[in-house]
Design a protein around this ligand. Structure first.
Ligand code: PLP
Length: 395
């Protein structure tokens, strides 16, 4: 790294978190497996017992340089003070929230949040004495009216990963910071390069690295990035308590994924918008939920805060019978059916948001289908969907 000239994300992706000169010149950081770490002296042992200092290996669960270098790269890409890697996106969400709450607190969670985030709030946090209030994702600066004296955090997910409402993060952050409340963002949709969360006022940004960082549908991992050193330490203490530890092989694969993130995201962006625009022309489709489309209600915010789109969006179909839907999705050639996203391959997922909404209504009568548009040729994907729509007629 030059360390002097500003670098574009494409350049950072290639060079961040490598430090080849420290590892015999090898291009990719080595995989350092460890549980036990040996110390040369009582002095060193005692230093390790008090944390060992940043980037120091003290025990396998606390990480080895394979993890530290991945953390360095993600922090640089997202623009935060520092990053901590954990074993899944769900663990990142849980640890980020738990780090900042205590019994008696009140938290605000977007109604569009990923279901396991709600599940944490509705089960464990409720038992722990933390009150959750869900809010309309499009609330913007009016979030101020929901902030109480005991509110400690506002959780955002923009766009929501099922229904794709864009959130006005700078407006939410201004209102929250006015009352000393932290703003946290599930930033997975943007990956670490399509949105600069800390420039928008976010305090803690979470990524399900499982998705685009890894990019190959074969590793679970999560990242928590903070704006300040103090918040990083707070999260670190929570992760130590949770006992979470991501292994070095998974960190290595995530590092490999990172290097091609930019070229992959450009293709997801292009393919996703092509498929979304085609869906808008179809009679079977009521509406397409993609903030990159000019007529999407969140388009202006997306244009202001994001430098591109990933491959994940939804569409609502005109009502069909269950057997018609099954005939459509059961026989796709290219779109697989599965709960994840962010890999190189395309996925199709029928879903029902009514079950997971409380602050806002989901009153569409048609089936919602979430697509992850992968790196295949977009025309081949369109042909696969077209054949699926044809099968609606033959069920
Ligand atoms: C928006 C979002 N955040 C977090 C997660 C959790 O990630 P993981 O599956 O790695 O636990 C997911 C997983 O689907 C997700 O879609």
């Amino acid at each position: 790294m030059s360390g002097h000239r500003p670098q574009k994300p494409e350049t950072k992706l290639v060079h961040a978190g490598r430090r080849s000169s420290q590892y015999h010149g090898v291009v990719n950081p080595p995989v350092l497996h460890a549980s036990t770490i040996l110390f040369d002296s009582l002095d060193e042992l005692e230093k390790a017992a008090t944390g060992g200092g940043p980037g120091k290996t003290t025990y396998g669960r606390h990480g080895t340089p394979t993890r530290f270098l991945l953390e360095e790269a993600v922090a640089e890409l997202e623009g935060g003070f520092g990053t901590l890697c954990v074993s899944s996106g769900a663990s990142a969400i849980t640890n980020a929230i738990l780090a900042f709450v205590k019994p008696g607190d009140h938290i605000l969670i977007t109604d569009s949040a990923y279901f396991p985030t709600r599940n944490l709030c509705n089960t464990f946090l409720k038992k722990f004495g933390v009150e959750t209030e869900y809010y309309d994702p499009t609330i913007g600066g009016d979030i101020a009216g929901l902030i109480r004296d005991n509110t400690v955090l506002v959780w955002c997910e923009s766009p929501g990963s099922l229904t794709f409402e864009m959130q006005d993060i700078p407006a939410i952050a201004a209102a929250a910071h006015d009352r000393g409340v932290k703003v946290m963002l599930d930033n997975t949709w943007a990956s670490p390069i399509l949105c600069r969360p800390f420039e928008l006022g976010v305090d803690v940004s979470v990524q399900a690295g499982t998705k685009y960082i890894v990019g190959h549908s074969d590793v679970m991992m999560g990242t928590i990035t903070t704006a300040t050193e103090q918040d990083l330490l707070t999260v670190k203490k929570q992760i130590l308590i949770s006992g979470d530890a991501i292994g070095p092989d998974d960190c290595y694969l995530a590092q490999r994924g990172l290097r091609t993130l930019s070229v992959r995201m450009k293709q997801h962006h292009k393919n996703g918008l092509k498929v979304a625009s085609w869906l808008q022309t179809r009679d079977e489709v009521k509406r397409v939920l993609h903030p990159g489309l000019p007529d999407d209600p969140g388009h202006e915010i997306w244009k202001r805060d994001f430098s591109g789109a990933c491959g994940l969006f939804s569409f609502v179909m005109k009502p069909v019978e269950k057997k018609q839907l099954a005939n459509m999705v059961n026989h796709m050639d290219l779109f697989g059916m599965g709960f994840s996203w962010g890999g190189f391959e395309s996925l199709i997922l029928p879903s029902d948001p009514t079950k997971i909404r409380t602050a806002t209504n989901w009153d569409e009568d048609g089936q919602l289908i979430r697509l992850h548009v992968g790196l295949e040729d977009a025309d081949d994907l369109i042909a696969d969907l077209e054949a699926g729509f044809e099968r609606l007629k033959t069920a």
